[in-house]
Design a protein around this ligand. Structure first.
Ligand code: COS
Length: 380
């Protein structure tokens, strides 16, 4: 296994690092406080090609590999996980899903604008009673010949208020179970489609999370992704890649928190010396560094599996499970190393600790990742 980065990958990594330092860092605390969506920054990320990184250039994307995407996610997440989740959802769940399974017409109509960052998208699977248990969809999409009629509610939808295009998973034929589920493209402004209240969240407070309400929303049949009944597989296949993006986000949060803790420990003095000289602190840093490096290998391995055409369901789930645990643990320890200052917003690590938690929950909780991993290792 060789994770030596190419010149192009190093350049992209540097571009993301510069962007994070110059454009995300300055008001990240204020945005978190005010729950302000980073609208200008998202526009700039579109211009940099970060919103359709793996999409073919002919559809307005950057035509890059998954490893480059992971590098960008990592750099952005070191500074602002609220901004990076927009990148993750748009790239992995929306653009990848449309490019891989959408019709040519859907790609021309939606993907080109999503990949260039002109608009952003949302992925709508979760419901009040169907988060982990994703086959239990209560939202219905009834077949009316040339169109579907959607009714129901979706919950915790990232980019919920800011997206223009929504990929909605809904049950068409309840008798067929998961084989009766469809994925439909819904546009903002379609009659009967309402954006619910914004969630007041513990972390990633700059990201725009809403419930969505569908009341007799008519969606043309040409907006169905794939064959009739493909919706659940669409969601599962898309989420398998999405988990690599979230794993990279977790890796970025962990690295960001570790770097701040390391710097602080070389400046802050206690008992007559920099605290890094106390073994209690040095050993914490040693553990953090080791675990982050292990997480990085898992995340890069999953990205390489995807790029090399290997199955990445298992490696993506392992990467997300481990990297999100490392993110949480590292952020908690970074607060501890900062002591009283760690509890204060100006030092960033308390935000990272709050942001880290969601990486163990969304796009499949840690418990769901263990289901995916255990089924995969036990099947043969
Ligand atoms: N790729 C392709 N197909 C997949 C798949 C994957 N990664 N995972 C499951 N499937 C297919 C199965 O092969 C099965 O199809 P067949 O009946 O044709 O064989 C079908 O999907 C149903 O799978 P399964 O029987 O395993 O469904 P379960 O209800 O047991 O649930 C889990 C499987 C738990 C893995 C799934 O519900 C899941 O991932 N839940 C979490 C969803 C999630 O991430 N929610 C967060 C919301 S998005 S922020």
């Amino acid at each position: 296994m060789d994770f030596t980065l190419s010149e192009e990958q190093l350049m992209i990594q540097q571009a993301a690092k510069d962007f994070a330092q110059n454009e995300l860092l300055p008001e990240v605390i204020e945005r978190d406080d005010a729950q302000k969506f980073p609208a200008e920054q998202v526009k700039s990320m579109g211009e940099l090609g970060f919103l359709g990184m793996m999409v073919d250039e002919k559809y307005g994307g950057s035509g890059l590999d998954t490893l480059s995407y992971v590098l960008v996610m990592e750099e952005l997440s070191k500074v602002d996980a609220s901004a990076s989740v927009v990148v993750s959802v748009n790239n992995s769940l929306v653009c990848w899903g449309l490019e891989t399974f959408g019709s040519e017409n859907q790609k021309q109509k939606y993907l080109t604008r999503l990949a260039s960052g002109e608009i952003i998208g949302a992925f709508c699977l979760s419901e009040p009673e169907a988060g982990s248990d994703a086959t239990s969809q209560k939202t219905t999409a009834i077949d009316k010949g040339d169109h579907y009629v959607i009714n129901g509610t979706k919950n915790w939808i990232t980019n919920g208020g800011t997206a223009e295009v929504y990929l909605v998973i809904a049950q068409t034929d309840v008798e067929k179970g998961h084989k009766g589920i469809n994925a439909l493209i819904v546009e903002k402004g379609m009659e009967g489609f309402e954006i619910g209240p914004k969630e007041n969240k513990l972390g990633i407070r700059g990201s725009d999370t809403h419930s969505l309400l569908f009341n007799d929303v008519k969606v043309p049949k040409e907006n169905r992704i794939g064959e009739d009944g493909f919706g659940f597989k669409f969601a599962m296949k898309t989420l398998a890649g999405g988990r690599i993006g979230i794993a990279a986000q977790a890796l970025g949060i962990a690295t960001g928190a570790y770097e701040l803790a390391k710097k602080y420990s070389k400046e802050r003095k206690a008992f007559g010396t920099e605290i890094a000289n106390h073994q209690a602190i040095a050993f914490k840093l040693a553990d953090m560094h080791t675990k982050i490096q292990a997480a990085r290998h898992l995340v890069y391995q999953a990205a390489c599996d995807k790029d090399n055409g290997n199955d990445y369901t298992l490696s993506g789930a392992m990467a997300k499970l481990y990297a999100s645990e490392v993110a949480m643990e590292t952020a908690v320890e970074a607060v501890q190393i900062h002591g009283g200052n760690g509890f204060v917003k100006d030092y960033h690590v308390e935000r990272m600790m709050r942001d880290a938690k969601i990486t163990q929950i969304y796009e499949g909780t840690s418990e769901i990742q263990k289901i995916v991993i255990s089924r995969s290792i036990l099947k043969d």
